[in-house]
Design a protein around this ligand. Sequence first.
Ligand code: GLN
Length: 451
Amino acid sequence: AHLARIEAVDGKVGAFLHVDREGALAQARAVDERRERGEALGPLAGVPLALKDIFTTEGVPTTCGSKILEGWLPPYDATLTKRLRDAGVVVLGKTNMDEFAMGSSTENSAYGPTANPWDLTRIPGGSGGGSSAALAAYEAPLAIGTDTGGSIRQPAAMTGTVGVKPTYGAVSRYGMVAFSSSLDQGGPCARTVLDAALLHEAIAGHDPLDSTSIDRPVPPVVEAARDGDVRGMRIGVVREFAGEGYQAGVMQRFGEAVDLLRELGAEVTEVSCPSFDKALAAYYLIAPSEASSNLARFDAMRYGLRVGDDATRSAEEVTALTREAGFGAEVKRRIMLGTYALSSGYYDAYYGSAQKVRTLITRDFERAFAEVDVLVSPTSPTTAFPLGERTDDPLAMYLADLCTIPANLAGNAAMSLPCGLAPEDGLPVGLQVIAPALADDRLYRVGAAVE
Ligand code: GLN
């Protein structure tokens, strides 16, 4: 049914880069056979899923939305892919994304944009717009995203779906193409909080193949999502995430969600995080710096595209020609920004300062979490904007992640869930919930209460 739905609507939505029809049907049959043999099956066995094209899938194309990886067939599965398969999840295919997850609208994909199913003239958010659009268009009931600065939560907000960035290190990064390794985190996307929790439990857990993987039990997220009791919970509204640039309808629906939490018995207070206004600037030094190093591996020798290899040119020339042809404008911008910020003489002024700001933001969170159990804010200052509106203005594009970036810099857990439609445009608004590291279950408790 989901393959038929994809066939019917994906021409308009453009959520998928690759549909693995044969692989999906084979996996579904394998689950059926296990059932017939009377084997115990997990809660997600046979459930279809849309996988962001940043996770390696053995023998199935993995492009990261880039021309430089066109035609590459990974020789191995990411740990996350493997866990999904072991859980009996049916991977329908790979979803569209901003090239190397750099963007907030999915317009930076080398394979064309994805449309927002709520209004096909608008962006679905990014970088994981394909995964979130697939959920909103009923092409898949579950999806996977990655969140470096908001790429799970912001598209969830724009498409009226649920997206969770688990605590940094909770979900293995092995086989997840690296963008900014100290920020990148894979996580679940779904249409309900409970579905997200079930998927969270399936993909989280220690992995010796990822040196930053957390070796601790996964928090009881499913239990929390089934419970949803927020009585006596202390909830802090982030004071800094309001004011100029925030759409009226977004603030209205956010305020109503906060009122609902109060009615359900939570204690709501306002909390100040004074360093959050510097988060965006710090992020756009740290993320490009790490990216400039991570993307050095695309050298025309190891993966995918190779341009100008005709025996007259040196390896350096082939590398340069391939990177020139294979990377898009935003990726080149980030590589240049990052290389500059890391260069000797500028390192302390840029990368060093950004790391200090990162520490200040972490301290803001520590102070806040001494007083409250979770923080809440809108996920994004506005609802989905029209396709093309911000493509020529990188700074305007970067502002879409104003509220999501602090949680990445500090490594906290955070969720976006729908909290109604903005009255002025009828588009979905996201409520962001942020919890301390390793307290991911609190997100699901609050999410289940509001949903
Ligand atoms: N939009 C942000 C960026 O462009 C975040 C991306 C992400 O979370 N992958 O870097």
